[in-house]
Design a protein around this ligand. Structure first.
Ligand SMILES: CC(C)(COP(=O)(O)OP(=O)(O)OC[C@H]1O[C@@H](n2cnc3c(N)ncnc32)[C@H](O)[C@@H]1OP(=O)(O)O)[C@@H](O)C(=O)NCCC(=O)NCCS
Length: 401
């Protein structure tokens, strides 16, 4: 009914983008379009057509993405939207179908996304694979539990300096944790470090920690001044603090927490095992509130399972159901870190979305079993699978895309 294909020029790209633009008041200006196409090529934006008119769009950034113990190519699904005139007529389904086939053809074994609503993507084989949380901490409660010996120095840097000094620190995070996508040069310049006009009243500030002779942590933040009954209730909004080591992270956060004259410091997208929650003397006061982060989809089950590292070499056989990507429907034996199709009896039967949920190590098979998401077909299979898949630290994706 709907034709879905990649866009071929700026006009189609813009109209496909306006699918999501309908909901975020973010219609593409020429300038915005020019920026966006530098990170999302025309051919990675799908448009849905009805009688030649575009009625929806869905993009996929060509990512390199950290998984336990390594990296994989990944379709970073983004700007999914259907014009309100065409909702609930199967446009999204048609786009998801075409996009997943396209991701497969691009040899990206996994796809990842942030969901606007958690009810949308499970039906397309995505599983909730990472959690994150936000904090809102009053300056009154900014003490650390243990004394911190400060060894580094913090200085402000320009966006131009940040463009060369910040990426290696982000790379260190990619090596440390699953769930991180590589920011290209264009991404850093156009999305992370650029000062959008609408932010000029509360500009992004870029701080760098030099420690033991090298740049080891950075912070990006904005300050929103305010007063209530004569006292500051300014909001210090932390966009991201990234450290290349535990000491660097502790020092950079200490710098942020000590800034004078704010009322509340806020930061979102923090994983539940983030050091800040153990550094603080009063973590309860951070009012950590958890929600879903990445949704992950195994687009090529064999390549995805063989593409991450495991805690143990043990073996487990999955009977995988996948109605949307039928090439995955099979029994898969994972042994010694390698997955292959098998005729052996299955230990666990599950939808591909549940395997995606467990993939980054943040959701256990025991949780999935207890949530009635899988069938355990042999004794002890869930415990065995968890011993193989378990991974620390937990996944962390510090940016919504
Ligand atoms: C979410 C959105 C893309 C759905 O598009 P759509 O074309 O109406 O969806 P479809 O008609 O293809 O629906 C496919 C299935 O998903 C279900 N579905 C769609 N949107 C849903 C939602 N928000 N919540 C729960 N189920 C939803 C449909 O009921 C249908 O179910 P079925 O297969 O059992 O019949 C559209 O509503 C939209 O653009 N929303 C605003 C922007 C947005 O949230 N985008 C997602 C960004 S991550």
């Amino acid at each position: 009914m709907f034709e879905v294909r990649p866009t071929t020029d700026a006009a189609e790209f813009g109209r496909a983008f306006n699918g999501i633009g309908q909901y975020f008041n973010a219609e593409l200006t020429e300038e915005r379009l020019e920026r966006f196409r530098q990170v999302l090529p025309f051919e990675r934006m799908h448009a849905a057509f009805e009688d030649g008119e575009i009625v929806g769009g869905a993009g996929a950034f060509p990512y390199e993405f950290s998984v336990p113990g390594g990296e994989l190519r990944c379709g970073g699904v983004t700007v999914v939207g259907v014009y309100p005139t065409h909702r609930r007529r199967g446009v999204l389904r048609a786009m998801m179908d075409a996009q997943l086939r396209d991701i497969h053809e691009h040899e990206e074994p996994i796809a990842a996304l942030w969901a606007s609503e958690e009810t949308i993507y499970g039906r397309f084989g995505y599983g909730l694979a990472a959690w994150c949380g936000e904090i809102k901490l009053s300056r009154t409660w900014n003490a650390y539990a243990q004394p911190l010996e400060r060894r580094g120095t913090v200085r402000f840097v320009t966006p131009e300096e940040a463009a060369t000094l910040f990426p290696p620190i982000w790379e260190a995070l990619m090596r440390e944790r699953p769930g991180v996508f590589r920011r290209t040069k264009a991404w850093w310049e156009l999305r992370t470090l650029r000062m959008p006009d609408e932010e000029k009243a509360n500009p992004r500030r870029f701080a760098l920690l030099d420690l033991d002779g090298s740049a080891q942590a950075y912070a990006i933040y904005r300050l929103f001044p305010g007063f209530e009954e004569g006292s500051s209730n300014a909001r210090l909004e932390v966009t991201e603090v990234i450290g290349a080591s535990a000491q660097a992270t502790a020092e950079m956060w200490r710098f942020m927490l000590d800034i004078d004259w704010y009322g509340t410091i806020e930061c979102s997208l923090l994983p539940v095992d983030h050091a800040l929650l153990t550094l603080l003397a009063n973590p309860r006061r951070a009012r950590y509130r958890m929600g879903d982060s990445l949704w992950l989809r195994l687009v090529d089950v064999g390549a995805a399972l063989s593409g991450r590292a495991y805690a143990h070499d043990g073996s487990v056989v999955f009977d995988v159901r996948d109605a949307v990507c039928p090439w995955n429907e099979s029994r898969w034996k994972l042994e010694g870190g390698v997955a292959a199709r098998t005729d052996a009896a299955a230990d666990l039967a599950l939808d591909v979305g549940e395997l995606g949920a467990a993939y980054l190590g943040a959701v256990s098979f025991a949780q999935l079993r207890d949530g009635l998401r899988l069938e355990e077909l042999s004794d002890g299979a869930v415990e065995r699978a968890d011993a193989i898949f378990g991974w620390r630290p937990l996944p962390w994706c510090p940016e919504i895309f």
